[in-house]
Every structure is written in structure tokens, then in C-alpha cells.
Write a protein that binds this ligand. Structure first.
Ligand code: LCS
Length: 393
């Protein structure tokens, strides 16, 4: 059966290209740095591109290729480029798509280092950037300049859970001759497929939902067309931020359960978001599935589910949040997200600590904001854990 006819859960198990001469049931780890040529002419043909063939693992490897084609299939793109981490994917995109004198418009609320590396380092090479609230399309429009080459958005945004209208962004970017790149980490292709909405490329920190077990750091870019895919691959190869075959094997193993993990964790998240919203010590909760989320309607349109990331603030701000973080027992106090285990963290002093205080305020990353990544434990246990922690305030 053709993969395109299969549902997403079937494709999680069966999609991805892999030559399988020995008929192994799973993709084995080709733990090799280099590949043997049949003869000198064969080597030359592989290098010239006349013939497809593996040369060297930084350029390509069968285990990594299986994962690249799998995630590209899930996202509906043509070309997957695996990277050593999510940040390697971010920097590959910046370096491939922006040159001296170019300008990028991005979400004020993005993963801290994605912004910090642009403002503190890419700026040294003459790349300009403007950060706006991309949940407001007028702010994006106003930020565009003649030299804007890239619109880079994260939705839902880390950690504010603001939602950006991807269809409107794609139209706007293309009207200006710019590309739209979307960080789809918070959703995974199970819950959102930006290429369907007009994005040119999408990427992931696969450290999160795609791998899902908090045991691997990894990234993936998927391009809408071959030309862009080749440009990005060539940059990844030259930067040398390739994935390792063992890493690819681990992610292939993890991603198989993406669907059931997401279904379970987002069901938990809905229950927990409602619990938090009704709790007297909670000032506000941002979860796309709550009617009170400012872009709840947009979330229903462009996402296939509301996911399992929640941000909230307690009455009593940071001090109260600290008491909660120090007193939860089941939820783990750690950064990262999207795994089977529930995690809690404080963005202002942890994941977004390097973002300037002024930028944090503008982005809505308040000092009291607590981020909660819901896992697949029993919802009653997680709620009981939060309840006893909140009672300590
Ligand atoms: N994009 C998003 C939305 C992220 O959340 C992260 C990591 C990255 C990119 C970078 O990926 P990495 O290199 O770590 O694979 N986010 C983290 C977080 O929120 N806590 O710890 C890491």
C-alpha cells in the first residue's frame, strides 16, 4: 500500500525509506563514519551525484536517511535534514537563508537561544532582526522591510503559548518575496503541519515530542521543495551539524509511539488546565484548549489537537511559583519538554534567562510564568501533586 493512503499512526510505524537486504524488522544502526566504494569510478560517480550512494556519514547514512524520510513524510514535505540538535537546525536555517544586510522578522516569544543567537551572534555578521508579537498579523506587517528575507515563527510559542496564524503568515511572507519557516516543536507533525498551510520549511527540536523519552538531543528540518531542501542540506553538511546514526536509531524507536503519547498527554493536559483555571491560587492559565485562550478559535482551525504544554502564573508571582516548583513531587523540576514524564520549569530564570529583561516583558514572559509539560502519567496523580504543592503557598 502506498504510504500516502495510510493514516498518520500507520505512517509513524511504516513510513521512511530504508534499503533492507537482510529483511530486518527494524532499522539497524549503521554505526560507520564512511562507506566502501566498489571501485574508483564508483567513488567518482557518487561524488559527482551521477549515482546515489553513501559516501560519508556527515553527508548521509542509511539509519539517518530512514528518519529523514519518515519525518518529511509526516510533515508532508519532500526533504528531511536531520541535525545534531534543535539549535543546529536553527543555525543551519539562519546561515542558509540569511546573508549580510538581510532582515528577519520573528516572534518575540520564541525559545530563548533561537533569539539570543540571532541578536548576539548573527548580528555580528550583518544580519538584522525584529521581534514582534506574531499573534497580531498587523505587527508582522509593520515589521516587514524591503530587505526582509525570512519570517520565522514558533507556534504555540515557547513559553507564552501564543498562537500565530500560519496561513496569514505564509501569504504575507510570499507577498514580500520572503520565506516562512516554522518551529513546530511544540506540536510535532501529529498536531500541526505548517507546510499544508503554506510554510516553506518547518523544523523541530526532536529532543521533545518526536523522540519523546528525554534521552536524546536531536533536530530535523523539512523543506517544502527539493531546491530549498538541497540548499539546507548542503549547509548542514558544511556546518557539520549532522546527526549520529545511534541518535537516529533512538528517535526512530521513540517516534513510533508519537500518536498514542500525544493523545494521552493532551487528554491529561486538558484536565490539568481546567483544574488550574479553577484553582483560587492561580492568576491565569494559557492552554490552547481552554476557551479563555485568546487564540482558541485559531488553534481549533490550524492545529489537529491542543497539545500538552501549559503556562500559568500564580497569585503571588515568582515567589509562589518557586514554592510550587520546590514542592511538586511527581512532576520533575527540569527544562526540556514533550516527553512521557511531566516537567515543570521557570522560563524567566531558566530557558529564557539570557533574553534581555526588556525583551522578556515585551514578549509576555513574566517573572511569575511557570511552564508545565504534561506527560502520560495518570491525570489524577498529576492533579493531586499540583494540589498539594499549591497548598504549600
Ligand atoms: N525550538 C524550541 C521551540 C525549543 O523548545 C527548543 C529547546 C529548541 C528549539 C532547541 O532545541 P535543542 O537544541 O534543545 O534540541 N527547548 C528547550 C526548552 O524549552 N527547555 O530546554 C530546551
Amino acid at each position: 500500500m502506498k504510504n500516502s493512503k495510510l493514516g498518520l499512526n500507520s505512517r509513524l510505524i511504516h513510513a521512511g525509506e530504508f534499503e533492507n537486504p537482510l529483511g530486518s524488522a527494524t532499522v539497524p544502526i549503521y554505526q560507520t563514519s564512511t562507506f566502501i566504494f566498489e571501485n574508483a569510478d564508483h567513488g567518482a560517480r557518487c561524488f559527482s551525484g551521477e549515482e546515489d550512494g553513501y559516501i560519508y556519514t556527515r553527508i548521509g547514512n542509511p539509519t539517518i536517511h530512514a528518519l529523514e524520510t519518515l519525518v518529511a513524510d509526516l510533515e508532508g514535505g519532500v526533504s528531511g535534514i536531520a541535525t545534531s540538535s534543535g539549535m543546529a537546525a536553527v543555525n543551519t536555517l539562519y546561515m542558509a537563508l540569511l546573508s549580510k544586510g538581510d532582515h528577519m522578522v520573528s516572534s518575540a516569544a520564541v525559545y530563548g537561544p533561537s533569539r539570543v543567537v540571532m541578536e548576539q551572534h548573527w548580528s555580528r555578521f550583518g544580519v538584522e532582526s525584529t521581534y514582534v508579537n506574531t499573534a497580531n498579523i498587523d505587527e508582522i506587517k509593520a515589521a516587514f522591510r524591503p530587505n526582509t528575507k525570512l519570517l520565522y515563527v514558533e507556534t504555540p510559542a515557547n513559553p507564552t503559548m501564543d498562537i500565530t496564524d500560519l496561513k496569514a503568515c505564509a501569504e504575507l511572507a510570499h507577498q514580500h518575496g520572503a520565506l516562512l519557516v516554522v518551529d513546530n516543536t511544540f506540536c510535532s507533525p501529529y498536531l500541526q503541519r505548517p507546510l499544508e498551510l503554506g510554510a516553506d520549511a518547518v523544523f523541530h527540536s526532536m529532543t521533545k515530542f518526536i523522540n519523546g523519552h528525554a534521552d536524546i538531543v536531536a533536530g530535523m528540518i523539512v523543506a517544502r521543495d527539493k531546491a530549498l531542501g538541497s540548499k539546507l542540506r548542503s549547509m548542514m553538511v558544511n556546518l557539520g551539524c549532522n546527526m549520529d546514526p545511534h541518535q537516529a536509531y533512538m528517535v526512530i524507536r521513540g517516534v513510533k509511539t508519537l500518536g498514542i503519547r500525544i493523545e494521552r498527554s493532551q487528554e491529561n493536559a486538558m484536565n490539568i488546565a481546567r483544574f488550574l483555571e479553577s484553582h483560587p491560587r492561580v492568576a491565569w492559565v494559557k492552554y490552547p484548549g481552554l476557551e479563555s485562550h485568546p487564540q482558541h478559535e485559531l488553534a481549533k482551525q490550524q492545529m489537529y489537537g491542543f497539545g500538552s504544554m501549559i503556562s500559568f502564573e500564580l497569585k503571588g508571582g515568582f515567589e509562589a511559583g518557586k514554592v510550587l516548583m520546590n514542592n511538586v513531587g511527581l512532576a520533575i523540576l527540569a527544562v526540556s519538554l514533550g516527553g512521557v514524564e511531566t516537567l515543570i520549569q521557570h522560563p524567566a530564570s531558566m530557558t529564557h534567562s539570557k533574553v534581555s529583561a526588556e525583551a522578556k516583558i515585551k514578549a509576555g514572559i513574566t517573572d511569575g510564568l511557570v511552564r508545565y509539560s504534561v506527560g502520560i502519567e495518570d491525570a489524577e496523580d498529576l492533579i493531586a501533586d499540583l494540589e498539594q504543592g499549591l497548598a504549600k503557598i
